[in-house]
Structures are given as structure tokens and as C-alpha cells.
Design a protein around this ligand. Structure first.
Ligand code: ATR
Length: 275
């Protein structure tokens, strides 16, 4: 049976086996997908051993996405821009790397009928999670994509990777003075419960608010958005399932339906996770 893994540290919390086994069942693909813990200094060794055992592919989660990129023989353009890899494919003695997080986000936004074309998008945060979604968002031809971060230089560094794109960086204070159609929280503030320094006027009845964090309860950002009567409030569960669906497609050539898996996960959430 074809074997797949998700490598991480910690990894016990991962929903990926449930998601991929559900996809396999629904698409009649015969495969096995398991979690695999790797020591902080043992990621390369663990992957190499899995390849030697005949592993077909793997997902990679924190903190190994950069190390995974360094192991690859070939990378997609998107992975290069992201500086991280979450999907490895082992074929003909080579390691192929891609990142599916951004496509997962965009597909989830589109599934919620959020219009990205010609929209003014605000991305909060400039860590790994933000970097991974910039190119797929730009590919949807927004009017503008603004990255706001507490440490503005990190947002500027992302912007400098691109040329001829409607992309800019700013502080939260500067973002608070502008108008946006779609606001995406990619900071890790939602995990700790910390509030973001966003002004009430930033969120209006025309705003779509998306949080890459997901959990049983609304995140602080989405709670605030709900109080301010945002037009739409969406958490990152669909992004989680969407990125898995893209990995599944890369490996198996079939794009599974995500709706039933999202519903299944929704009923089993107890904690808050960041995508
Ligand atoms: P990830 O890979 O999940 O993106 P990361 O690379 O550590 O994690 O990035 C975390 C992001 O959340 C950063 O943009 C961070 O801002 P800084 O770059 O200024 O550190 C942001 N962040 C975390 N806690 C925050 C808070 N309480 N308020 C605002 N931004 C926060």
C-alpha cells in the first residue's frame, strides 16, 4: 500500500491523517497516511529513512518547512517564493517540493464566494504563514495587497521579493487609516488570545474577515469582527482541509471534495490551532 506521512514536532495534534484517510475513502484510493514525530535535529534523517522504506510522499509542518525546502531536488515557483515546503513527493530517486497552504486559503475564500479580483486585501502578519499565501493571492488579481506587521521590516522584506505587483507593506497604525474589502489574519496572535492592534473603523459592514486560526470558539479577531458586524467571518478550517486536498491532488492526481471533511472536523474541534 502506498505510504504517506506528516512530519512535525509536535505532531500528535495533527488532523492530517483523518483528512487524508477520508479523501482516500471518498476517491477510492488505496493508501496509508500516518503522523511521524521527528526530533528537532533529526528531520532529514527521518525523511531519508521514510524514502528508503518506499514512502511516496509527505506533508511537513512546524518547525520543519524550511528544512524540507532545503532537502528538495526540485521546487515549484510558489515554494521558492514562500521559502517553505509543506508537500514532498518522492519519485524516481528525487525529492519534489511544493507548498499548498496558499492555494488552500484562496480556494476556501472562493468557496465562501469572496471576490478577490479587484479587491483591496489586507494581510495581517509577516511570518511563514503570510509568506506562503502572497503569490496565490496576487494570482487572483486583487486591486491591492497590503501586508501589515508589528515589525514592519519583515513585511517589507516580503514585498521586496516581488516586482510589478500591487503589493505594499505598512504598520498596523497605517493600515488602520485605510479601507479594505478583505482582511486576513495570518499572525499567531489568535493562538495566544492576544488582541491585535486594529482600530474598530478598520472593520465595517462591507468587510470580509478571515482568520487562519481555527478552533471550537471564534478567535479574538473573528469575535471582534462579529461585534463590528463584518459582512463575513470565516475561520481557517477550510484552509486546513484545502491545503490537504491540494497535496492529495499532487500525489494522486485527483482533487477530493472538501465539504464533508470540513463538516466532520467542525464537529470534533476542542482547541484552537493555527493553520
Ligand atoms: P507563522 O509561521 O505561524 O507565521 P511566525 O513566523 O512566528 O509564525 O510569525 C508570527 C507572526 O505573528 C508575525 O507576523 C508576528 O509579528 P512580528 O513579526 O512583529 O513578530 C505576528 N504576531 C505574533 N503575535 C502578535 C501580536 N500579539 N500582535 C501582533 N502581531 C503578532
Amino acid at each position: 500500500m502506498d505510504q504517506y506521512r506528516v512530519f512535525g514536532n509536535p505532531i500528535k495534534q495533527s488532523r492530517s491523517p483523518l483528512i487524508h484517510q477520508s479523501f482516500a475513502l471518498a476517491t477510492e484510493q488505496v493508501l496509508n497516511y500516518e503522523i511521524q514525530f521527528a526530533e528537532l535535529n533529526g528531520f532529514n534523517e527521518a525523511v531519508t529513512e521514510f524514502i528508503a522504506q518506499g514512502g511516496k510522499g509527505a506533508n511537513v509542518t512546524a518547525p520543519f518547512k524550511e528544512q524540507a525546502m532545503a532537502m528538495c531536488d526540485e521546487l515549484t515557483e510558489h515554494a521558492k517564493f514562500s521559502g517553505a515546503v509543506n508537500t514532498l513527493t518522492f519519485k524516481n530517486g528525487k525529492i519534489y517540493g511544493d507548498t499548498t497552504d496558499g492555494v488552500g486559503l484562496v480556494n476556501d475564500l472562493l468557496a465562501h464566494n469572496v471576490c478577490l479580483e479587484n479587491s483591496r486585501i489586507l494581510l495581517l502578519g509577516a511570518g511563514g504563514a503570510s509568506k506562503g499565501v502572497v503569490l496565490p493571492l496576487l494570482n487572483k488579481a486583487p486591486k491591492s495587497l497590503t501586508i501589515a506587521n508589528r515589525t514592519v521590516s519583515k513585511a517589507q522584506a516580503i514585498v521586496e521579493q516581488y516586482t510589478n505587483e500591487p503589493l505594499s507593506a505598512c504598520s498596523f497604525e497605517e493600515a488602520n487609516e485605510q479601507v479594505f474589502d478583505v482582511i486576513i489574519n495570518a499572525t499567531s496572535a489568535g493562538l495566544t488570545g492576544a488582541g491585535l492592534p486594529i482600530a474598530e473603523k478598520l472593520i465595517t459592514e462591507n468587510s470580509v474577515c478571515y482568520d487562519m486560526t481555527y478552533g471550537k470558539e471564534l478567535t479574538p479577531f473573528l469575535k471582534k469582527a462579529t461585534e463590528l458586524k463584518a459582512k463575513q467571518v470565516i475561520d481557517g478550517l477550510g484552509m486546513l482541509v484545502g491545503q490537504a486536498a491540494e497535496s492529495f491532488y499532487i500525489w494522486r492526481g485527483i482533487r477530493p471534495n472538501v465539504d464533508s471533511v470540513i463538516a466532520k472536523l467542525k464537529s470534533s474541534l476542542f482547541y484552537r490551532y493555527k493553520f
